[in-house]
Write a protein that binds this ligand. Structure first.
Ligand SMILES: Cc1ncc(C[n+]2csc(CCOP(=O)(O)OP(=O)(O)O)c2C)c(N)n1
Ligand SMILES: [Mg+2]
Length: 384
């Protein structure tokens, strides 16, 4: 394979020093997977590389692109955890274990500014989605290290609390679940425009206990006033240290959409191929019908909740990246050596970037109240 660029759906290119695995745009999928009632992919259609064992449901070029993005997101997050341990950052929370779902979502998003494009109300494990959308590694590292150069918050918020207005990525919120409520507003704006844009919301299983989650389903499904909302839940079976089974009487979180007449499904969010096909099908349905979907994706939480719980690797959790790597190697799309080289290259690349960003400036107390309110009005409560 030749080239040295990785691109997302919108064509934003992020340069890497990779020589042997550059890929261009993911190409359109012509086949649609058959699904069981539970949403699992059953049949396989041949789209493998010429001369290679055909078995997978997506083009090899897209699979390799997804692998690159998943590795990059993982390496980036693991670097951030290491920064926290070294004292280069105060707090870490993030997305290892959500790469399969997150990368697929980022690739399928209609990226741009304003209601003609998708709005993204993401939760704090969304690095993979933003990597797939074209976020620079440096910007994730700047937020993590609280540097003024951080384009999302000027170094004032936690890791993974991104905000990219030009891509309709609304500020990631620490209070869980509120994104489900805020999304109603952007979905109403999109409905009024009669376009094909979608309001996309991600969040955790525990966050679905918040009232905002119920509000989003009620507003999304009003008869004759349905909203183009993609309500998703990344179910890792944990809310900090409280386990899912002790809190949920419903079998699946997504079952809660049924009384509202919302299309629902449960998917294996640890399988990037299943996740990609599910998201693609869901988004196509919403773009066409202007009606909502509630999809639940089963994911892993590979480093626990956050640095507050130690951020140590959890044994026994399914690792979507290792699984995917095995699939690619078994199907002769990549070799083990090529996978290792890809991982090593991103590791070195991101290590160098982190070193560089350490020397960038940190916010000063004089700017503490800047941008809190428009024109800084009444921002400093001591001066009311
Ligand atoms: C409104 C609110 N209540 C409580 C918290 C404390 N809190 C932070 S993360 C979290 C668990 C969230 O679990 P889940 O929604 O499943 O997401 P996950 O962290 O598992 O991805 C809680 C309770 C909070 N941030 N906001
Ligand atoms: Mg959870």
């Amino acid at each position: 394979m030749a080239g040295s660029k990785i691109s997302n759906r919108s064509g934003t290119k992020s340069k890497t020093s990779l020589k042997s695995h550059g890929v261009t745009h993911p190409v359109a999928i012509s086949s649609q997977a058959n699904k069981t009632a539970a949403g699992t992919v059953k049949t396989a259609k041949t789209v493998g590389k010429k001369g290679k064992k055909p078995s997978l449901l997506l083009p090899s070029e897209l699979l390799v692109n997804m692998y690159h993005l998943m590795v990059r997101a993982r390496v980036l997050e693991e670097r951030m955890i290491q920064m926290y341990r070294r004292g280069d950052a105060f707090f870490w929370i993030g997305g290892p274990g959500e790469e399969a779902f997150g990368v697929a979502l980022g690739l399928l998003t209609k990226k741009g500014h304003g209601p003609e494009f998708d709005y993204l109300h993401l939760h704090y494990r969304c690095t993979p989605t933003l990597v797939a959308m074209g976020m620079e590694d440096e910007d994730a590292l700047r937020l993590m290290m609280n540097r003024t150069t951080d384009p999302c918050t000027g170094g004032r918020n936690f890791s993974n609390h991104y905000c990219f207005p030009n891509w309709n990525v609304l500020p990631v919120s620490s209070p869980i679940g509120i994104q489900y409520g805020i999304g109603i507003g952007t979905a109403i704006a999109q409905r009024r425009r009669k376009n094909d844009a979608v309001t996309i919301i991600t969040g955790g299983d525990a966050g679905s206990a918040e009232g905002d989650f119920a509000s989003s389903m009620i507003w999304a499904s009003r008869p004759g006033f349905e909203l183009p909302m993609y309500i998703t839940v990344q179910n890792n079976k944990w809310g900090i240290s409280t386990n899912y089974d002790s809190q949920h009487g419903e079998k699946h979180v997504s079952d809660r959409g049924r009384p509202f007449g919302i299309r629902t499904a449960v998917h294996n969010g640890n399988d990037p191929i299943e996740a990609y096909l599910a998201i693609k099908s869901d988004l196509e349905y919403i773009r066409k019908t202007r009606k909502p979907v509630l999809s639940e994706f089963r994911v892993s939480r590979l480093y626990g909740h956050s640095s507050a719980s130690g951020a140590n690797r959890v044994q026994g959790e399914e690792d979507c990246l290792l699984n995917f790597e095995k699939t690619l190697v078994d199907n002769k799309i990549l070799t083990s050596n090529e996978c290792q080289k890809i991982r090593d290259t991103y590791f070195e690349d991101i290590r160098e970037k982190a070193e560089r960003i350490r020397s960038e400036p940190t916010p000063q107390k004089e700017t503490l109240w800047d941008l809190v309110y428009a024109n800084n009005e009444n921002a400093d409560w001591r001066k009311f």
